[in-house]
Design a protein around this ligand. Structure first.
Ligand code: COA
Length: 154
């Protein structure tokens, strides 16, 4: 697939593109957040996010929330036909910019322990595995372990 990077557009998540995030979550096989939860995250939950588009097509998104000295990634995905092309890295680096500008010291997240793609992605971004969360996720296959990962910034 040819992707001209000059056509890429990074948009801050706002009330106007919530539906696009839900659509991307669905197409990335991620949990689709209710509209109310997304609004609550943005308005009251110290949350924010970005959507990456190529032309008029949304291709990826990332949601995070700002805690006291930490930042937590809550939901993140790139459409399958656009993976391994560096788009996940673009979204992740936007979050890292926020961390540096706002002098946060730590990034945390949880990932399904069977999700090797995401684990490999996060390892390539410098995150370490810190804790197994036993039976953390309810899935069609029953309960699956979660993995907490983190990265420190100084
Ligand atoms: C995780 C995800 C967002 C990565 O997005 P992406 O656009 O493919 O990531 P990038 O192309 O920027 O990859 C950067 C690096 O991460 C690593 N990586 C990414 N996907 C990988 C895979 N499937 N296998 C091994 N390493 C991988 C590689 O080191 C890659 O660099 P390289 O391609 O030069 O080798 C994407 O796989 C995805 O949407 N997965 C489904 C949703 C999901 O699991 N979200 C995370 C929930 S916590």
């Amino acid at each position: 697939m040819v992707c001209k990077k000059e056509e890429l557009k990074l948009t801050t998540l706002g009330l106007n593109n919530i539906y696009l995030v839900q659509k991307l979550q669905k197409r990335c096989d991620d949990r689709v957040w209710k509209k109310e939860s997304l609004i609550h995250l943005l308005k009251k939950g110290s949350g924010f996010g970005f959507v990456l588009s190529e032309g008029f097509t949304g291709i990826g998104y990332i949601l995070a929330r700002s805690l006291q000295s930490e930042l937590e990634i809550l939901s993140f995905g790139v459409l399958s036909s656009y993976r391994r092309m560096g788009f996940g890295s673009i979204l992740f680096k936007e979050i890292e910019k926020f961390i540096i500008i706002n002098k946060k010291s730590k990034l945390i997240l949880e990932v399904n322990s069977h999700n090797n793609k995401a684990k490999n992605f996060y390892k390539s971004m410098g995150l370490d595995e810190i804790k197994v969360l036993s039976r953390y996720y309810k899935t069609d296959n029953g309960q699956e372990d979660g993995l907490m990962m983190s990265k420190f910034y100084f």
